[in-house]
Design a protein around this ligand. Structure first.
Ligand code: HEM
Length: 162
């Protein structure tokens, strides 16, 4: 693959394929659940990473929530934008910061299909953190049209597999 764009050096720790075997999900309005998820961060030499998050059912392995998008960095700064498409019919634009090996992001725009199910997601907050050289963690909080302020939805640790 081409050399990593200089602007992406602060994000190089995300690159690769990661697999989470025991994600934990909850929300005040739903039953607690466990899930698996494979995450890939890749690049083509541009000042952005492309990613995919593919979750699956904890027991059956059946595909569940899926996301694909780009993580952009404002060159020369620690300011990030996450441009993300979710298979449930949501598009997410989040912004935030990278500090060392931790990223915090909060949505400023969420687009939604006219025929999306209620409740609507009204805010998404994410953190990514490198726990150690081959362990990545993601935590997601969200707010919906039925529940505010933002509350926990997902926590997962991934191991680096490639
Ligand atoms: C439920 C949003 C990622 C599994 C929900 C609900 C919303 C939501 C709005 C309905 C809550 C309610 O009824 O009050 C999101 C957003 C995500 C995300 C914005 C990403 C940022 C995931 C992932 C999984 C997942 C990765 C992994 C399997 C579930 C499950 C339910 C649920 C099992 C409950 C059952 C259902 O209503 O379908 N999510 N979700 N979600 N989510 Fe997520």
């Amino acid at each position: 693959s081409p050399p990593l764009h200089d602007a992406l050096k602060p994000l190089s720790w995300l690159l690769g394929t990661w697999r989470g075997e025991e994600g934990k999900g909850d929300y005040p309005t739903i039953k607690d659940f466990k899930y698996k998820e494979e995450v890939k961060f890749d690049h083509v030499g541009q000042p952005n990473l492309e990613f995919s998050f593919c979750s699956s059912h904890y027991e059956t392995g059946k595909p569940l929530h899926r996301e694909k998008g780009f993580l952009k960095i404002q060159p020369g700064t620690s300011h990030l934008a996450l441009v993300n498409t979710q298979n449930v019919g949501i598009v997410e634009l989040s912004e935030g910061e990278v500090k060392g090996q931790e990223i915090t992001l909060e949505s400023h725009t969420i687009g939604r299909m006219t025929f999306g199910k209620d409740p609507a997601v009204t805010k998404i907050q994410r953190t990514f953190r490198l726990v150690d050289a081959d362990t990545l963690e993601q935590v997601v909080h969200m707010e919906t049209s039925a529940t505010a302020p933002a509350q926990h939805h997902l926590s997962i640790q991934y191991k680096k597999v490639a």
